[in-house]
Design a protein around this ligand. Structure first.
Ligand code: HPA
Length: 275
């Protein structure tokens, strides 16, 4: 695995002329297009980069943009491959580990999720405070990559409290700030009402099919992570209606401007703070 990550790193490093990457953003369902807010210094399709997996689902373009935000070089990953697409979990996190090798100190993740908490309505944006991994898999399984972090990394603060405080401050200009615990299911089937009820009873506020592998490898390497869910629907059984992927896409499309405007300001604030 380290050979693959090193190969991806060398390839990108040459394209970006040896620049150091400061932050990485992953745009989940409904968020692609956000990269168009910035003039790309470099842009590549994942298919051009060794070992980057091409997402196969709609709404995940599979494009890397390197941009300058407030003087900081930032990698924007538009779209991600998911575990349910059949890839080994260790391969899904190659892009994150590549940018960690290129110097990234901050990771900003976004996703679409189903809402469990009665505090949420579709269209809400929720900052993730913690997660529950219900898949039984973990991207750190296998030989530990000592270059990144220890064999048994602490996970008591995966989502960085300073970045959460900053998110709360910036959110005041955009929407009511809500937080929650994200439960990761593999998908691709949506959860059953019993599974959602189980997730609720063990402390989850959101359900989704992504984000957690990326957050685990970032924490392993000591990277500050923050993650936002766009609540596209009430989870199965919370809503009485059957779930429909097209409705998920529709709500994501309708709400993305709100998330994008917030993200623009949030990223500027992070990078100004890091100056
Ligand atoms: N469950 C899992 N993933 C999701 C959902 C959901 O209800 N909505 C959007 N992504």
């Amino acid at each position: 695995m380290i050979e693959k990550i090193t190969e991806s790193k060398a390839f990108i490093s040459e394209i970006i002329e040896g620049k150091t990457i400061e932050s990485v953003i992953v745009l989940g369902s409904g968020m692609s297009g956000f990269e168009e807010n910035y003039k790309p210094l470099y842009q590549l399709n994942y298919s051009e980069i060794p070992n980057f997996l091409q997402p196969s689902i709609e709404g995940h373009s599979g494009k890397l943009s390197i941009v300058n935000i407030e003087g900081k070089i930032t990698a924007i990953l538009s779209g991600r491959a998911h575990f349910y697409e059949g890839y080994p979990i260790q391969e899904l996190v190659i892009p994150i580990r590549t940018f960690i090798m290129l110097g990234a100190k901050t990771l900003i993740l976004t996703n679409a999720a189903g809402g469990i908490s009665s505090e949420y309505i579709p269209g809400d944006i929720v900052a993730i405070t913690d997660h529950i991994n219900l898949t039984g898999d973990n991207p750190l399984i296998g030989k530990n990559l000592e270059e990144f972090g220890p064999r048994f990394p602490d996970m008591s603060e995966v989502y960085n409290s300073e970045l959460l405080t900053l998110a709360e401050k910036v959110a005041k200009n955009h929407f009511e700030f809500k937080t929650g615990v994200y439960a990761w299911f593999t998908g691709p089937s949506y959860e059953t009402p019993a599974e959602v009820n189980f997730a609720k009873n063990i402390g989850a506020d959101l359900v989704g099919m992504s984000t957690v592998p990326e957050a685990i490898v970032a924490k392993h390497a000591g990277i500050k992570t923050v993650a936002f869910s766009l609540v596209t629907n009430l989870a199965a059984g919370i809503s009485q209606n059957p779930l429909d992927h097209n409705e998920v896409i529709e709500i994501a499309e309708k709400s993305k401007v709100k998330l994008q405007n917030f993200m623009k300001e949030f990223l500027s604030e992070i990078n100004i703070g890091n100056n």
